[in-house]
Ligand binder design. Structure first.
Ligand code: XBP
Ligand code: MG
Length: 232
């Protein structure tokens, strides 16, 4: 097995618990401000998470509600812009928290000399302040949905990290929480470990080398320790 040189983290649902009390709240606030009756409850939002990317999620919703494709896309773009501003404010207000164990895992990997990167579908305008606020200066390369033309399950965001860091896929591992994320990592040729959460516990994560329900799982910590030791 190739030595572990880099670990690439997903953000939403993996490093932070951001969906239910972050993005969902921001989408609903944007609907309300625009005078629209649409609201996403916790269960509905869970279903919509199958569509990655906030603007694509909105467009899918509006089309499903019977709006024409052009109107749905325009409305989605406009609302997503506002949703992104609201999400930035939620981040500033400290409403999005690290997933338990995220700091410890990052600290241990950093101490072992592994490079740590981020590959997310989310928008850079909220991703950057969020990572700065919660994790500080921990990440070497951060690629977001803003820089790539195709979102997970496309491998584009992972391929971009690998290209920019000149890292071969067999020397890196992705950490994900969802079926779309695992599919994206595997399609980029990466190994992947998955820590699902409430929203993704029924996702098919079987392509991952290890599946757990928490970042604090000793099996996950041990999995990395073994590979880091081998790298040295
Ligand atoms: C996360 C997403 C994102 C967020 C919302 O998926 O799909 O769209 O839900 O962020 P992953 P934006 O964790 O697989 O990267 O509104 O900025 O898109
Ligand atoms: Mg995710």
């Amino acid at each position: 097995m190739s030595p572990l040189v880099a670990v690439i983290f997903d953000v939403d649902g993996t490093l932070v618990d951001s969906e239910r009390d972050g993005h969902r709240v921001a989408f609903n606030a944007a609907f309300a401000e625009a005078g629209l009756p649409d609201r996403w409850d916790v269960a509905t939002y869970g279903q919509l998470l199958k569509i990655t990317g906030g603007a694509r999620r909105l467009a899918f919703w509006f089309k499903n509600a019977g709006r024409g494709p052009v109107e749905a896309d325009e409305l989605a773009q406009r609302l997503h812009k506002r949703k992104t501003e609201i999400m930035r404010q939620l981040v500033r207000d400290g409403r999005v928290q690290a997933r338990p164990g995220a700091h410890q895992l990052i600290d241990e990997l950093a101490a072992s000399g592994v490079q740590i990167h981020v590959a997310t579908t989310g928008t850079r305008a909220w991703v950057e302040p969020l990572l700065d606020r919660i994790f500080g200066d921990r990440f070497h390369t951060v690629i977001t949905g803003t820089e790539v033309s195709d979102l997970k399950p496309s491998p584009a965001v992972y391929l971009e990290v690998l290209a920019r860091t000149s890292c071969p896929p067999e020397s890196a591992v992705a950490v994900e929480d969802s079926a779309n994320g695992v599919a994206a990592a595997l399609a980029a040729g990466l190994r992947c470990v998955a820590a699902h959460n409430t929203y993704t516990r029924d996702d098919d994560l079987s392509g991952a080398a290890l599946v757990t329900d928490r970042l604090t799982d000793p099996a996950l910590v041990e999995w990395f320790r073994n590979r880091v030791r081998r790298a040295r």
